[in-house]
Design a protein around this ligand. Structure first.
Ligand code: CFM
Ligand code: HCA
Length: 530
């Protein structure tokens, strides 16, 4: 039996029926590579998924440094999303709210009698203390259940203070994971922020970076390389990003899409509304970064830019050559398992391959089928009650601001050469025999560890203890275990150094858990008095 069947066979009939659709073992049959994704987790199973509020507030909106993001709900939601995602930001124009946690701290009486008064008061207090130009309100579960009209309160605040105030109905229970929250955030940013500015931009090669959240400084490393070549980065969505820069982002010539899962909605809407094409990029991995830089140069089609691109690539490669060879000699032949929320489980396979590491298992917490199978299959995704619950907005071409950089003919010529308005799926890049799992749970993690014996397991805080207890090297691919950046040329070396340190310092193998030596189930009987 193959590994997939060995794991699935342990489930009862009902769970088996569900999970068999979410686990795939890649074989040579290229026809049969479909998977079920973006559906509800099985109650009682230990999943690593988060909620809709986490996707909206924590992921997409949280990094916007000049916006005061106010969590309307009990304090736990705001507290948990306070600084845990490592999206770094530098203060600009004196404004940077991301180190704060703003919450209405709802209590029982607010749930019973309504929380709008408290929300209004919180906005007044925020204005008095911080004078923000933008306030973003994010709802948590109870707000949706009691029906507070946060959108009306936001409209009032805009009038009262002359600011931008946008409300997001991203109650945690909406959708099946963080993914619904990404979509809700994309809709609000598109409706209320993008394209509302008119600051003049003059430079050639104007790009936005979409889906780069500057975890561990990744975005800074990417921008450094782009600037060396001569690109002007108008806005980053949303790592170290600002509402101010998003307002003017509609003037770009090209949108670079790093994490498509969290932001493909905006990329597509900006294409329709402003004519801006988007290019799927990957700055994780040496070869991937080189490919992306060449794709970008092909898009602009300028010979000077192409030459400058090659010069920078050669220079950056020379600077890391020695370290690359050294770490490759240490890591070649190792195997890895990757389990993160979305895009990273795909992106990091390129970086691992740079050092000769093979991926034997990869999975996403909340990706959709197109992330696994490629964007071409989008029309075949069937909507269900959960996905219909998340609003999809449509936009029209803007008569004044529409400005396609490529002619129709040029687009047709380029689209088969570079990933324009498209992306491949993770399954398409995985080797025969490897395993793909959607919404991997802790039971399956333990079982696949036993069967596949990967040298490294890259995932997150919720399962790292499972891995460490199994004596397997775990690195957190969400937070980078407080290291980074891992993007671009220098980032690749940082990553290889961290992995090498872990592999050659196998501390967990030397720790003997106390229950292996003696029984830890000890108790004393209380004396019974007569
Ligand atoms: Fe995109 Fe991300 Fe990811 Fe994501 Fe996330 Fe993240 Fe992630 Mo954690 S936006 S899908 S919702 S690349 S927070 S920066 S690490 S699960 S793989
Ligand atoms: C989230 C954020 C998270 C969690 C990380 C983890 C992040 O999904 O709400 O589970 O280790 O990257 O901070 O994905």
């Amino acid at each position: 039996m193959r590994e997939r069947e060995l794991v699935l066979d342990q489930y009862n009939a009902k769970v088996y029926k569900n999970r068999k659709e979410h686990i795939l073992q890649i074989d040579d049959d290229t026809e049969n590579r479909t998977i079920t994704a973006n559906t509800r987790s099985i109650p009682g199973i230990i999943t690593n998924r988060g909620c809709c509020y986490a996707g909206c507030k924590g992921v997409v909106l949280g990094p916007l440094k000049d916006a005061l993001t106010l969590t309307h709900g009990p304090i736990g939601c705001g507290f948990y999303s306070w600084g845990t995602r490592r999206n770094k930001a530098k203060t600009e124009n004196g404004e940077n709210f991301i180190q704060y946690c703003f919450s209405t701290d709802m209590q029982e009486p607010d749930i019973v009698f309504g929380g709008e008064t408290k929300l209004r008061k919180a906005i007044d207090e925020a204005m008095e203390l911080f004078h923000p130009k933008t306030i973003l309100i994010c709802s948590t579960c109870p707000v949706g259940l009691i029906g507070d009209d946060i959108h009306a309160v936001a409209a009032e605040a805009e009038k009262k203070y002359g600011i931008t105030c946008v409300a997001f109905s991203c109650e945690g229970y909406k959708g099946v994971s963080q993914s619904g929250g990404h979509h809700i955030a994309n809709n609000g940013v598109m409706r209320h922020i993008i394209g509302t500015g008119d600051a003049p931009v003059s430079k050639k090669y104007k790009v936005n970076i979409l889906g780069e959240y500057n975890i561990g400084g990744d975005g800074w490393e990417t921008e450094r390389i782009l600037k060396r070549i001569g690109y002007e980065v108008l806005a980053v969505l949303t790592g170290d990003g600002s509402v101010e820069s998003l307002r003017n982002s509609h003037q770009a010539d090209l949108n670079l899409v790093m994490c498509h899962r969290s932001i493909n909605y905006i990329a597509e809407m900006m294409h329709t509304k402003y004519g801006i094409h988007w290019l799927k990029v990957n700055f994780i991995g040496i070869e991937a970064t080189i490919q992306t830089l060449r794709d970008m140069a092909d898009y602009f089609g300028d010979s000077e830019l192409k030459q400058r691109t090659e010069e920078v690539i050669a220079d950056e490669l020379a600077a890391i050559a020695e370290a690359h060879t050294y770490f490759r000699s240490k890591l070649e032949g190792k195997t890895a398992a990757l389990y993160v929320g979305g895009s990273r489980s795909h992106h990091y396979q390129a970086l691992l391959a740079d050092f000769g590491i093979t991926t034997v298992l990869a999975g996403y917490e909340f990706a959709h089928r197109d992330d696994y199978e490629g964007r071409d299959m989008l029309p075949f995704i069937k909507e269900d009650a959960d996905s219909k619950n998340i609003e999809s907005i449509t936009v029209e071409p803007d008569p004044e601001k529409f400005h396609a950089f490529l002619s129709k003919e040029k687009y047709e010529e380029l689209k088969d050469k570079i990933p324009l308005n498209s992306y491949k799926g993770l399954i398409q890049d995985m080797k025969s025999g490897s395993i793909v799992v959607d919404d991997l749970n802790h039971f399956e993690t333990e079982e696949f560890l036993r069967l596949l014996k990967p040298d490294i397991f890259l995932s997150g805080i919720k399962d790292k203890y499972v891995l460490q207890k199994a004596n397997v090297l775990s690195r957190q691919l969400h937070s980078y275990d407080y290291s980074g950046p891992y993007s671009g040329f220098n980032g690749a070396i940082n990553f290889a150094r961290d992995i090498t340190m872990g592999i050659y310092t196998p501390v967990w193998k030397f720790v003997v858990p106390p229950w292996k030596n003696h029984s830890t189930l000890q108790a004393t009987l209380a004396e019974v008095s007569e």
